[in-house]
Structure formats: C-alpha cells, structure tokens
Design a protein around this ligand. Structure first.
Ligand SMILES: Cc1cc2nc3c(=O)[nH]c(=O)nc-3n(C[C@H](O)[C@H](O)[C@H](O)COP(=O)(O)OP(=O)(O)OC[C@H]3O[C@@H](n4cnc5c(N)ncnc54)[C@H](O)[C@@H]3O)c2cc1C
Length: 265
C-alpha cells in the first residue's frame, strides 16, 4: 500500500471540500473493495475521505410505500432489519447473501452501488425495484444510474446519500454464487412493481441489465412457466475463467425461474 492522507469528516460539506482540496482524493466507506485495491497497489490516491463519520448517511426508515436506506448503512444491518424484512423481504435476503459476515459488517450499500461491480448483488435490487439513488447533487433513477463495467452516472465528488426503494407488490432474489468469492455468477432480482414487472440480472454480463423478454412474459403471467423457452444471448454474457458465455446464459434462465418462485413464496 502507498502512503496517503486520511480524513474523517462529520458533514457532507466538509467531505466535499476535503475531496476538492486533495490532488487525487477518493471517498472510502466500508473499504471492502477499495482497501484490497490499495493493498494490491492498483490505486494510489493522495487522500482518503472516510464517509462513515457522517451521521446523516446512516440508517433505515420505512415511510408509506418507500424503504429508505442511508449510504453508509452496512449490508448486515439491511439483512437483519425487521422493517426491511417486512416491507421487501427479497432485499433483506439479498443483503444476507453478500460475501461473509466480515464483509457484511463492513461493506455499505452506497459503496456497493457506487462501485457497480458487474457481479455485485445490490445493483440488481436497485434496478429491479426501480429505486432512486439520492446524491449530494440530484436524484438519479435506477435506469440511468448503471452505465457500464464499474461505471455509473456519478460525477467526480458526488456522494450517494441514500437509496429509496419503492415497496413492490412482490419480489424475489436468487443468486448462483461463485464458490470462491461468493459474488454472483448470476443473480436475478424479479419484482412486480406499480409500474409493471422488472427483471434485473447481475453477474452475467459486463453490467447489471434488465431482461426485457422475461419482463414481457411475466407481465402476461407472473409464473415460473411463463419463462419457459426464453433464451439469453451468450454473446452478450461475460466469458472468463469462471464460466463461459453459454454457461452464464443458461444460468440466467435457471436462476430467473427460482427468483420468480421465491417471489411467489
Ligand atoms: C471477500 C469479499 C467478498 C465479497 N462478496 C460480495 C458479494 O457476494 N456480493 C456483493 O455484492 N459484494 C461483495 N463484496 C463487495 C462488498 O459488498 C463491498 O462492500 C462493496 O463492493 C463496496 O462497499 P464498501 O462500503 O466497502 O465501499 P468502499 O470499498 O469503501 O468503496 C468502493 C467505491 O465506492 C466509492 N464510494 C463509497 N461510498 C460512496 C458514496 N456514498 N458515494 C459515492 N461513492 C462512494 C469509493 O470511493 C470507492 O470507489 C465482497 C467483498 C469482499 C472483500
């Protein structure tokens, strides 16, 4: 690891100023992605601005039909929240499937969504539930947020403050884990929302994506059988040491059916 300056501000304004003043600064939250990156000397920021001292970024609340989760809320807190479990059980299931207890006790929702790892779990819930990402500058709809491999709509210095998840009529998540890392080889989040059925797939391609054919079929009949015969293009899937494009395309179908089954209860 290279040397860097460390800051732990108490307010969003101070965090933004510290980052702006740094020659090459970075925000850090749970450090579950950033710290390994630094340890492997794949990045050498001049300054780390730790967001975990900013109280207003923490916490879970449910008001009416919206679940609001502060950016520095840990995966473990989401997984064990009785409020989340009641309002969106699939979201608490998803959080409980992330990594291992150490990762869940350090990693944060905002860090995961900002990082947009192609195999991360949360992006599928954000996209599948049509959530809204709140930042220090604006509100970003899920459909516009994830723009590519490790890429998002966030501008330099923009901080995710919270994510608002609309409560769906029903939803289900299923994940086929990479046995070594526990990240998703394929994860599918299915939700019947006020705006129709949404199906978000993570792990399979370079970036989380909506499976429009599955959405159309499930809109006609929200059942496992509705997905029979729907194919996913292997050419658009990741093809790497963990699995071929054909394997992942096949898994999308299998995992999606299990996600629908989970939603049906
Ligand atoms: C062994 C291991 C297994 C894992 N398994 C899984 C898994 O199964 N599923 C899964 O989804 N993830 C998994 N993860 C990743 C984990 O979920 C991390 O928590 C997540 O990737 C990053 O969150 P963080 O809070 O640790 O962010 P950090 O590592 O602190 O930051 C990540 C990036 O996000 C930026 N950032 C952080 N917070 C904000 C914010 N509020 N606004 C703007 N930018 C911000 C940082 O600048 C940095 O670029 C695993 C990690 C490890 C080490």
């Amino acid at each position: 690891m290279y040397a860097f300056n460390y800051h732990r501000p108490k307010s969003l304004a101070d965090a933004a100023k510290l980052l702006g003043d740094a020659s090459d600064g970075k925000f850090i939250a749970g450090g579950q992605t950033l710290l390994p990156t630094l340890k492997n000397r794949l990045a050498s920021p001049s300054d780390l601005v730790d967001l975990t001292g900013i109280a207003e970024l923490s916490g879970i609340s449910v008001a009416g039909s919206t679940v609001s989760i502060g950016a520095i809320t840990k995966h473990g807190a989401v997984a064990t929240s009785a409020e989340v479990k009641k309002a969106i059980p699939a979201l608490s299931t998803l959080a409980g499937l992330i990594g291992d207890p150490a990762v869940r006790n350090m990693g944060t929702v905002g860090g995961s969504v900002a990082n947009n790892d192609p195999a991360a779990d949360y992006p599928s819930a954000v996209l599948g539930l049509n959530a809204t990402v709140h930042t220090t500058k604006r509100k970003i709809a899920a459909d516009s947020f994830f723009t590519g491999l490790f890429e998002t709509a966030l501008a330099d210095g923009e901080i995710i403050t919270k994510i608002e998840f609309p409560v769906p009529k029903r939803a289900g998540y299923e994940k086929f884990r990479n046995p070594a890392s526990r990240y998703a080889m394929v994860g599918v989040f299915v939700a019947e929302t006020a705006d129709g059925v949404r199906v978000a797939v993570t792990g399979a391609g370079p970036c989380v994506f909506r499976h429009k054919e599955m959405e159309a079929a499930l809109s006609k009949s929200f059942s496992v059988d509705a997905l029979k015969g729907i194919k996913t293009d292997p050419a658009k899937m990741n093809n790497d040491i963990h699995g071929s494009g054909e394997y992942r395309a096949h898994l999308v179908g299998v995992v999606a059916k299990r996600a629908v089954q989970n939603a049906l209860g």
